[in-house]
Design a protein around this ligand. Structure first.
Ligand code: BGC
Length: 256
């Protein structure tokens, strides 16, 4: 079965149809810059453009950069605050006519890795952390998602949260060397490892691409658990969102 997956990020909104048998995208992803300010109205317009681009009429899964419960956004760290309390599934459905399933972006990436990538077959405690505009987290036990964890907002280092200290955005803004940024990531991983003791940590987002991973992975060797890069790299959000659209046990509810 093919489902359109959309990954909504702080800087770009990307879509591609996904073959759910293989977990592969059927075309290159189509990307539109995230409008600023990232309001419900402006972003919904982009969702409409993305579905139109593929003449899509079937189910759509969207990975959204906030906590999402039953289709409703509960937080808004890197998007406009007016998202809080908005039924994201409903407004996307009204704009496109496509049945929509919306879940947290890191949860979506985790679902993709557990089904098709670095976490496939793992039944122990798996934690995926995505490093991008923010830090997202997805936790799995016995292969099942424990939804909506927000470990990027852990208080860390006096005045910072983990994402204010070590998101990929911070590396870019502060022009940190990869090694230096890698040390920050290591500190976050050590702290999270102490708190949760995962058996496997998967690093997701653009920084999981081999060319990037090789620049900082040596800094992560001292973390006392297995740490690997995501295999679907930054396609994981699209693939996991598409998967969630037809697996109600992932989204935890019947979609709009
Ligand atoms: C948000 C999370 C999201 C992460 C990555 C954080 O700021 O609170 O919900 O998963 O950024 O986009």
């Amino acid at each position: 079965m093919n489902v359109l997956g959309i990954d909504i990020g702080g800087s770009g909104m990307k879509a591609a149809p996904v073959n759910l048998e293989t977990g592969e995208m059927l075309t290159d992803r189509f990307r539109i810059e995230t409008p600023q300010p990232a309001t419900p109205k402006a972003m919904t317009k982009v969702i409409k453009q993305l579905t139109k681009q593929f003449d899509w009429e079937g189910p759509v899964g969207a990975a959204f950069p906030a906590r999402v419960k039953n289709g409703v956004a509960k937080t808004a760290a890197n998007i406009h605050k007016s998202w809080i309390g908005t039924n994201v599934e409903e407004i996307f459905y009204k704009a496109t006519g496509c049945p929509m399933t919306v879940l947290n972006d890191a949860d979506a990436a985790g679902v993709a890795e557990m089904n098709y990538g670095a976490g496939k077959g793992r039944k122990d405690l798996v934690l995926l952390l995505t490093f991008g505009t923010g830090i997202g987290s997805a936790l799995f036990w016995n292969g099942e998602l424990v939804p909506n964890s927000e470990l990027g907002h852990l208080r860390f280092k006096k005045n910072w949260t983990a994402e204010e200290y070590a998101a990929d955005r911070i590396r870019k803004e502060m022009e940190l060397e990869w090694d230096e940024w890698g040390k920050r990531v290591r500190k976050v991983l050590k702290y999270v490892n102490f708190l949760l003791a995962p058996d496997l940590i998967i690093i997701g987002g653009g920084v999981s691409r081999p060319q990037k991973w090789d620049l900082y992975a040596s800094q992560l060797k001292k973390v006392k658990t297995e740490v690997v890069p995501a295999q679907l790299e930054n396609e994981a959000g699209i693939v996991g969102a598409a998967y969630a659209a037809v697996h109600e046990e992932v989204s935890g509810h019947v979609r709009s």
